[in-house]
Design a protein around this ligand. Structure first.
Ligand SMILES: NC(=O)c1ccc[n+]([C@@H]2O[C@H](COP(=O)([O-])OP(=O)(O)OC[C@H]3O[C@@H](n4cnc5c(N)ncnc54)[C@H](OP(=O)(O)O)[C@@H]3O)[C@@H](O)[C@H]2O)c1
Length: 242
């Protein structure tokens, strides 16, 4: 086993029952890690992973998180892919129409849920362990109707930079995905979803949206690269330079 091997490491993917998190779990299992997946059990998942250990947990509940980490006891790597749907909350809008309660709910589900996971994880995290958070390309790309979404995602990146210093030698990084084909868009009408995908593909240099597996590799890299901390891994198909 070498320093970057995930073999035998205990990895928690919270938000791992679907989408990007599910692919993180799948790759970690391929690398012979011991993989725990946690989610509320609300999102209908793709095929389940037979060797993963599933837990029901709500990242909005500190008690639920504490119970999860009591079971895990010690963990080497934590990937956090939980979120709240901005589209469901209707906060992809202009400031004059913004529902602040909905924007605060988004912040709670995306930023503060990740913070709660970190707080619960710390007493159980190995000294050479990692926390990998999730933001999104909207943190830095200028997009219409994204003032609240952008601010929340940027806050995750700013927070991680502070935590990386505070928590060293444990490492803290952020993955910032671009638009990725996951269950998160299942609620959209097929026609609107196709229009949205085409619109994004037309502005991204790689001319397509991402596969979840491509984004998942960034989390695996953040776990394996022992000299990486306080960093945002941009996995946006080049949207930042579009
Ligand atoms: N897909 C994209 O285009 C895109 C773009 C930029 C950023 N991102 C970010 O990437 C991350 C993953 O997105 P995704 O598209 O893979 O999402 P997804 O397919 O909707 O999956 C989200 C996962 O999180 C779990 N989850 C949600 N809320 C939770 C909570 N409170 N506690 C525990 N588990 C919870 C869901 O399961 P349950 O519902 O069963 O709990 C599910 O396993 C999110 O942070 C998202 O904002 C995605």
């Amino acid at each position: 086993m070498n320093a970057r091997s995930l073999t035998g490491k205990t990895i928690l993917v919270i938000g791992g029952s679907a989408g990007i998190g599910l692919e993180v779990a799948r790759i970690a299992l391929e690398q012979e890690a011991i993989v725990h997946i946690a989610s509320r059990g609300k999102t209908r998942s793709a095929p389940t992973l037979p060797r993963a250990i599933y837990h029901t947990c709500d990242a909005k509940s500190p008690a639920s998180l504490d119970a999860l980490f009591q079971i895990l006891d010690r963990v080497d790597h934590v990937a956090i892919t939980v979120h709240e749907s901005a589209a469901r909350l209707g906060i992809d809008t202009t400031a004059d129409k913004m529902n602040l309660s909905a924007a605060i709910e988004y912040s709670d589900g995306k930023f503060w849920s990740q913070y709660r996971v970190i707080q619960a994880a710390l007493p159980h995290l190995a000294q050479d362990g990692t926390l990998t958070l999730t933001s999104g390309v909207a943190s830095r790309v200028s997009m219409a109707n994204h003032s609240a979404i952008s601010a929340v995602n940027a806050s995750i990146e700013a927070c991680a930079r502070q935590l990386a210093k505070e928590l060293a030698p444990r490492r803290v990084n952020v993955v910032a995905p671009g638009v990725t084909a996951t269950t998160t868009y299942d609620a959209m009408l097929p026609e609107l979803k196709e229009q949205f995908v085409q619109k994004i593909a037309s502005v991204v240099p790689l001319k397509r949206i991402a596969f979840a597996e491509e984004i998942a590799l960034a989390y695996i890299f953040a776990m394996q690269c022992g000299y990486l901390t306080g960093t945002v891994l941009d996995a946006s198909g080049g949207q930042l330079i579009a």
